[in-house]
Design a protein around this ligand. Structure first.
Ligand SMILES: NC(=O)c1ccc[n+]([C@@H]2O[C@H](COP(=O)([O-])OP(=O)(O)OC[C@H]3O[C@@H](n4cnc5c(N)ncnc54)[C@H](OP(=O)(O)O)[C@@H]3O)[C@@H](O)[C@H]2O)c1
Length: 285
């Protein structure tokens, strides 16, 4: 389970290190270097994070060859008259690469409100056919946004990057993605223990964590329980950290025994009780 295969046949490392949120607009180079040195090969950047040059610097400092890394970036809101290809070429220069492995439309908004989403996806398809991005996808797309681009699409999005602690609202998106072979990538997956402590997951995580620890005979953290749930939904786990120890903890998630069906159910039942969206609220509310 070191990779997840996308609908275009490309393998994606299951764990991505993000340069947004805690590193948004900041120099990410040291953190990226440490992440790579500790076993991360998938790096999740974005034009909006305004630090793609520092992602490149971290990669360079790590000494890891480009061919052994998986680099994602995301399209920001275009300047008037700018094309998505032009915007990606700026990223490629900043990242000091010839191609990205995955290029996502960061948000359906404002293109959806302006009736430009279909045309934007056609540009993404052109980028894909030119080989500037090995895979193309979306982020924060709801069912109605996906339906606009899926109708007549030459390339089905490979990925939809989403936030899970809005599980009830996210389920129709999850189901549509599953039906169309679109892999979910999950950001903000640690929210129940980091940004929404005191929520309904508090009541169920400890018992599951303890059961897993007993079964495994080695420590298991609540973060790993959440990571395990994400992976068992078939999603890519996108996270970030300032600590090498946490990278090791995240990488160790795949050694944790599987959650039972009952445990998955208990987590989802609790998760449904709270709609806790931290990022991208303007798209969803
Ligand atoms: N597509 C989008 O719209 C979108 C939106 C948001 C994020 N993202 C991507 O996803 C990446 C990760 O997002 P995220 O930060 O929301 O991920 P997350 O996995 O929910 O949280 C990671 C953060 O939580 C902290 N953390 C983890 N475990 C902890 C614990 N047990 N106790 C206290 N703090 C803990 C980490 O800090 P430490 O330094 O202490 O480990 C880190 O800052 C971003 O960098 C970005 O690349 C994408």
């Amino acid at each position: 389970m070191s990779t997840i295969t996308l609908n275009d046949g490309s393998p994606v490392p299951w764990l991505a290190f993000g340069t947004g949120t805690a590193l948004y607009g900041k120099d990410a180079s040291d953190f990226v270097k440490v992440a790579i040195e500790n076993g991360i090969t998938h790096l999740d950047g974005a034009q909006m994070y305004n630090n793609e040059e520092t992602l490149a610097a971290g990669i360079k400092a790590s000494g890891k060859p480009r061919s052994e890394l998986y680099i994602t970036t995301k399209l920001k809101i275009l300047e008037p008259g700018q094309t998505a290809t032009e915007a990606l070429r700026v990223s490629l220069r900043k990242l000091d690469v010839d191609y990205v492995d995955l290029f996502l439309i960061h948000s359906p908004s404002p293109a959806n409100k302006e009736g430009k989403l279909k045309a934007l996806w056609e540009e993404m398809e052109e980028i894909h056919s030119q080989g500037l991005a090995k895979s193309i996808g979306v982020s924060n797309f709801r069912v109605e946004d996906l339906n606009v681009i899926l109708e007549g699409a030459k390339v089905i999005p490979a990925v939809n990057q989403l936030h899970p602690y809005v599980w009830k609202a996210a389920q129709p998106i999850y189901e549509l993605c599953k039906e169309r072979g679109i892999v979910i990538a999950s950001y903000g997956g640690q929210t129940p223990i980091v940004r929404a402590v005191g929520g309904p997951l508090d009541a169920v995580l400890p018992a599951i964590r303890e059961r897993l620890e007993k079964t495994r005979g080695e420590p298991v953290t609540s973060g790993q329980v959440l990571g395990k749930w994400i992976l068992q939904k078939g999603a890519i786990l996108v996270t970030t950290t300032s600590k090498a120890s946490r990278i090791k903890e995240f990488l160790d998630t795949k050694n944790v025994p599987d959650l039972t069906e009952e445990e998955v159910h208990v987590i989802e039942e609790a998760g449904e009780k709270l709609h806790k969206r931290i990022y991208m609220r303007h798209v969803f509310e």
